[in-house]
Design a binder for this molecule. Structure first.
Ligand code: A2P
Length: 274
């Protein structure tokens, strides 16, 4: 396993195991440089969203890096306002335009906006059938949201991107997704950085001569997940990719699972208000 390793989505498309997250990386130099550092370090996967406001910098950095379009897996996401306004298709086209590409590899519904997400899924189905997104999926969907999608559509989401880390192990949703061929993709795998101060994780990481961030990311990989840690710093972007040269033992995996306290660092998909 290495930075080029992939998992197969349920439609046969390969998704690289490790990607760079750019949530909160500012449009302009910050997002641009983060993507350039990542591609230089060998990352083949970038995860952005319309609401991050940095699609222009992300697209420019990918282009300037000289990597072929097919050499990089690009994810972006449909924002909630576009679902409420019913202009999902136009929002997708605007994302393509900002990114400067004519297709994305993965397009996600960012949050399950009440009364709208099934309609949005139908639009993603159209986008997928037209070949403008190589795969489509969802984010922040709980089991009942996914069941609503299954009831309305034969197209199974390729991915569900949900907050998940050692304080929020999300076993039930992850198992549900894995049984139905939906790749589980944790967001904020480092708990927005808060988990890096956890003493148990620090101690376990030391045993492997790895940083706490590397330990947490490897725990996600060993669960069979895609990892998309965010960093705007070159040294951390490089560090977060150096996770393919060690294996966490079963007993340490179990110790990490024990840290679960169902603690979120972001919004709850049942109660979000944005
Ligand atoms: P920064 O962008 O300043 O490097 P998550 O992906 O869970 O949301 O975590 C992202 C947060 O963790 C960001 O604040 C990021 O800060 C920080 N971070 C990412 N990688 C590392 C690392 N290897 N060591 C320390 N902090 C990190």
């Amino acid at each position: 396993m290495n930075l080029s390793s992939t998992l197969k989505l349920n439609n046969g498309v390969d998704i690289p195991l490790l990607g760079l997250g750019v949530f909160k990386s500012k449009e302009g130099d910050e997002a641009y440089n983060a993507v350039r550092y990542a591609i230089e370090a060998g990352y083949k996967h970038i995860d952005t969203a319309a609401v991050y406001g940095n699609e222009v910098s992300v697209g420019k950095a990918i282009k300037d890096s000289g990597i072929k379009r097919e050499g990089i897996f690009i994810t972006t996401k449909l924002w909630n306002d576009s679902q409420r306004q019913g202009n999902q298709y136009e929002a997708f086209e605007e994302s393509l335009e900002r990114l400067g590409v004519d297709y994305v590899d993965l397009y996600l519904i960012h949050w399950p906006v009440k009364g709208k997400y099934v309609e949005s899924w139908k639009v993603l189905e159209r986008i997928y059938k037209e070949g403008r997104a190589r795969s489509v999926g969802v984010s922040n969907f709980h089991i009942h949201h996914l069941e609503d999608v299954f009831a309305a559509s034969d197209l199974v989401p390729a991915v569900n991107q949900v907050e998940c880390h050692p304080w929020l192990t999300n076993i039930e949703i992850a198992d549900y997704c894995q049984k139905r061929g939906i790749i589980f993709e944790p967001w904020s795998p480092l708990g927005t950085g808060l988990l890096l101060e956890d003493e148990t994780l620090k101690n376990i990481a030391q045993k492997y001569n790895k940083t706490t961030a590397q330990l947490i990311l490897k725990w996600g990989l060993q669960r069979g997940f895609i990892n998309i840690p965010k960093s705007a710093h070159k040294d951390r972007i490089i560090q977060n990719a150096q996770i393919f040269d060690f294996t966490i033992t079963d007993s340490d995996m179990a110790e990490i699972f024990k840290l679960n306290i169902n603690k979120r660092t972001g919004a709850d998909p049942e109660t979000f208000t944005f």
